[in-house]
Design a protein around this ligand. Structure first.
Ligand SMILES: CC(C)(COP(=O)(O)OP(=O)(O)OC[C@H]1O[C@@H](n2cnc3c(N)ncnc32)[C@H](O)[C@@H]1OP(=O)(O)O)[C@@H](O)C(=O)NCCC(=O)NCCS
Length: 177
């Protein structure tokens, strides 16, 4: 039986171990890490899946923003990493983590979301799309078709801007701002 709990209840070393298993230990140089530098996970949207006391999956969310040339800032939520322990992959844990996170975000009328990941997973199951992101600048290399966003009805995003960390944000302020 799998329990879904706040990530804050998991020791950091266990989180790091799972991320090493899912992504390899060279993951830290990735552009996604630069996007969230200096921020903390959004507590209400960062979840762990625990099975018989073992961390088997997680999703983390972070406050980021898109800065336009005229200085306007649009708050967004960066989703990821999403990771499932290799021997437990393809058994619905990733989907359940994402759906629980999205349900909490939608209930809180959260900011739009962005992530770097496979459209064949995140578009197919969760409604993310590369359509809105093609004019965005990032602090490192990214494959354009893997830069995705998800808007709730009525939300719009600037076509151009620089995506980066949104520091100094109260953790849960990021959910509903
Ligand atoms: C990607 C990941 C989070 C998915 O979680 P999961 O629990 O293994 O997947 P689920 O059981 O929820 O979903 C399974 C479905 O998604 C598909 N799927 C899984 N990973 C996929 C991927 N990377 N690309 C496309 N489809 C994928 C499966 O084919 C399956 O589809 P089906 O139901 O039609 O057979 C997990 O496999 C993982 O941690 N992978 C390594 C790390 C990673 O790449 N993370 C994502 C980038 S942030």
């Amino acid at each position: 039986m799998i329990q879904f709990v706040p990530i804050a209840s998991i020791p950091p070393a266990e989180i790091e171990h799972l991320l090493d298993l899912a992504f390899g230990s060279d993951r830290r140089g990735r552009t996604a890490y630069k996007l969230r530098e200096g921020t903390d996970p959004i507590a209400a949207l960062s979840l762990a899946a625990v099975e018989e006391g073992v961390l088997v999956g997680l999703v983390l969310c972070w406050p980021v923003q898109l800065a336009e040339a005229d200085g306007r800032l649009t708050p967004l939520i960066l989703v990821g990493p999403v990771a499932v322990r290799p021997e437990r992959q393809r058994d619905g844990i990733g989907r359940e983590l994402m759906l629980r996170m999205l349900e909490a975000a939608d209930a809180a009328a959260s900011d739009p979301m962005t992530l770097i990941g496979d459209a064949s997973y995140y578009e197919r199951f969760f409604g993310f799309s590369a359509q809105h992101t093609q004019g965005w600048a990032l602090p490192g290399p990214v494959e354009r078709h893997r830069l995705l966003a998800r808007l709730r009805p009525g939300q719009v995003l600037p076509e151009r801007g620089a995506l980066g960390p949104r520091p100094d944000v109260g953790l849960d302020a990021a959910v509903g701002s």
